[in-house]
Design a protein around this ligand. Structure first.
Ligand SMILES: [Zn+2]
Length: 107
């Protein structure tokens, strides 16, 4: 009789998730780049050439949070957000494996 165990697919998802978690940094949310005016009447943005500012947008306790990202963090935050998204996708796939077990009533 075949022993119950992790499928090849499940093991691959777990390995990839662990690989992501071993790397530095992850952050939930979506990156959003906005163009804004700073309010100084002499600044170029007053002539229509607006400043670009990056935010990470996510939901928390039913509210939308917009976290401003300082310039020096932009590249890192892009990597962190991408990594979180990939890890999240893998966790959702793994969750699906266990949801299926409950539906089949067999572990
Ligand atoms: Zn300005």
């Amino acid at each position: 009789m075949k022993k119950p165990g992790k499928s090849w697919q499940e093991s691959a998802w777990r390995r990839r998730a662990l690989g992501l978690l071993r790397q530095d940094g992850l952050m939930r949310g979506n990156v959003s780049v906005r163009r804004r005016v700073c309010g100084k009447s002499t600044c170029h943005c007053a002539q229509g050439e607006r400043h670009e500012a990056m935010y990470v947008v996510y939901r928390e306790a039913g509210r939308t949070v917009q976290l401003y990202v300082p310039k020096e963090f932009e590249q890192r935050v892009r990597r962190w957000v991408k990594r979180y998204g990939e890890a999240r996708e893998l966790l959702d796939k793994l969750s699906g494996v266990y949801e299926a077990k409950v539906r089949r009533r067999r572990d």
